[in-house]
Write a protein that binds this ligand. Structure first.
Ligand SMILES: Cc1cc2nc3c(=O)[nH]c(=O)nc-3n(C[C@H](O)[C@H](O)[C@H](O)COP(=O)(O)OP(=O)(O)OC[C@H]3O[C@@H](n4cnc5c(N)ncnc54)[C@H](O)[C@@H]3O)c2cc1C
Length: 457
């Protein structure tokens, strides 16, 4: 016998709990199923724990530089067990909060266990069979483990197992020079590890503009992080109690030997064990659930939200998916994925805040555009803080005057970028920011100045 609900939510990532709560508050009888830790990736192995550790790494970095500011702190020591405990406490509080919030929601029944479709409106979890006309999939993703030669014969870490590390690896070798790899790389370098980042492409962060990649490489190099680019045929093997990564690069030693290996080469969706075939839900070749602009899957009555739909890979995109569902189903407020503007951060220090298109993407459109840049060394607040690495770049449409994209690499860049983002959402001309009076001394104060210096792309 199946237990009937109005809605079933599978997964408690960044979208599921909000949708469940809003449906239940609107009077629907809702079942929520979680097979792992409540809160999913962001809360347990993603944003929250990593940014907590980034904060510890920043504290260590600043403490080492304290004398520059006329401050004496003595020798800087790293207590990894304490860093991990602080991270666990902050992440644990969020996890408990998500679970408690769901359990106390009226009309909401929480099931723990692995959910699997039996048909388009039936899901089994453990010994229970649940049935509903509306099913919301928020199963997220996990670290992708590439099929590289030797990988079965060596121990390796992923973003999940990194969360258990309570020691300082002597030499951390990271395969993958993108967002996750760089955050862990800088963090562990600051904790005292030797760090080598191996990247297949000819630069770090291949999706960013080359000037952004180059500036980030300089920042990492200035802290002693080794970077190996153009690593075309990566293989791994044991070398005594160490791990060797064969990199076959065009220059440098053909092998990097370290004590620990972190794989940071991307993510894959948790859709392979969900029984999607039984429901008739279509996926693409990589396993991402195909959805339309309102997150409907190929089966009426089933929606997919968050990383598993391939339409975003961030906490904010997942939460925005939830808002789209709630707007469309409960608030008579039509919302679509295509309404949103790309935005994200890279939380190295200094951080990168991004909004809209890269300069390369704008160039590819062939439209007339203008670009303004300003080095962080010319931003007084950055000078005062002693954090002058990076630059501001803003690209605007020469005809409409609307902002097309921005990259703010520098102190506060992850926050400052929002004033650009909001003007982009308002579809207002860049001249709005140019005429605005901003607070002195801030990084934001230099946005109008950057826009004074626009030149044709
Ligand atoms: C190291 C790292 C750092 C990151 N940093 C940032 C950042 O700074 N900012 C940012 O915006 N994003 C960041 N992200 C990405 C962000 O964590 C995810 O985009 C975000 O968590 C959205 O996930 P989600 O809602 O799709 O699902 P998830 O959070 O992945 O949750 C899915 C849930 O579904 C459960 N589940 C899966 N299958 C089943 C099943 N069959 N039955 C029942 N339950 C199931 C899982 O146990 C999990 O709890 C980071 C990711 C990583 C890995």
């Amino acid at each position: 016998m199946a237990t009937r609900f109005d809605a079933i939510v599978i997964g408690t990532g960044q979208a599921g709990p909000f949708v469940a709560n809003r449906l239940a508050r609107a009077g629907s009888k809702v079942a929520v199923i979680e097979r792992g830790r409540f809160g999913g990736t962001c809360v347990n192995t993603g944003c929250i724990p990593t940014k907590t550790m980034v904060a510890s790494a920043y504290a260590a970095h600043l403490a080492r530089r304290a004398a520059e500011f006329g401050v004496g702190v003595g020798g800087v020591t790293i207590d990894m067990a304490r860093i991990k405990a602080r991270k666990d406490e902050i992440s644990g509080a969020s996890r408990t909060g998500v679970e408690a919030g769901l359990r106390k929601t009226e009309n909401c029944t929480v099931y723990t266990g692995h959910a699997r479709f039996e048909s388009a409106n039936r899901v089994c979890v453990g010994g229970d069979v649940l049935e509903a006309e509306r099913i919301f999939i928020n199963v997220g993703g996990r670290a992708f483990v590439p099929d590289m030669p030797g990988i079965d014969a060596v121990p390796f870490l992923t973003n999940s197992s990194m969360m258990d590390v309570d020691f300082i690896p002597e030499h951390l070798v990271i395969i993958g020079g993108s967002y996750i790899g760089l955050e862990f790389g800088q963090m562990f370098r600051r904790f005292g590890s030797r760090v080598t980042i191996i990247e297949m492409g000819d630069r770090l962060l291949g999706k960013e503009d080359p000037d952004v990649s180059a500036a980030i490489r300089d920042i990492l190099a200035s802290e002693g992080i080794e970077v190996r680019l153009d690593a075309k045929c990566i293989s791994v093997s044991r070398q005594g109690d160490k791990i060797a990564a064969g990199v076959d690069c065009t220059s440098g030693e053909p092998e990097v030997v370290g004590t620990h290996l972190l794989l940071a080469v991307g993510r894959r969706p948790n859709t392979d064990d969900l029984g999607l075939d039984a429901a008739g839900v279509k996926t693409d070749k990589k396993g991402y659930i195909q959805v339309d602009d309102e997150l409907r899957t190929s089966v009426p009555g089933i929606w997919a939200l968050g990383d598993c739909n391939g339409r975003g890979a961030f906490t904010h995109t997942s939460f925005n998916d939830a808002e789209i569902i709630v707007g469309n189903l409960l608030e008579n407020d039509t919302r679509r994925v295509s309404d949103r503007i790309t935005t994200y951060g890279l939380f190295i220090d200094p951080p990168l805040g991004r909004a809209g298109m890269t300069e390369a993407e704008v160039r590819a459109t062939g439209r007339p555009a203008l670009v303004g840049t300003r080095a962080m060394k010319d931003v007084k607040r950055a000078v005062e803080k002693g954090e002058t690495a990076g630059f501001i770049k803003i690209v605007v449409d020469a005809e409409s005057k609307q902002i097309l994209g921005a990259a703010i690499l520098g102190t506060g860049g992850d926050e400052v970028v929002h004033s650009i983002l909001d003007v982009m959402y308002a579809k207002a001309p860049y001249t709005l920011i140019k005429r605005a009076m901003h607070i002195h001394p801030t990084v934001s104060e230099l946005l109008p100045t950057t826009l004074w210096s626009l030149t044709p792309l």
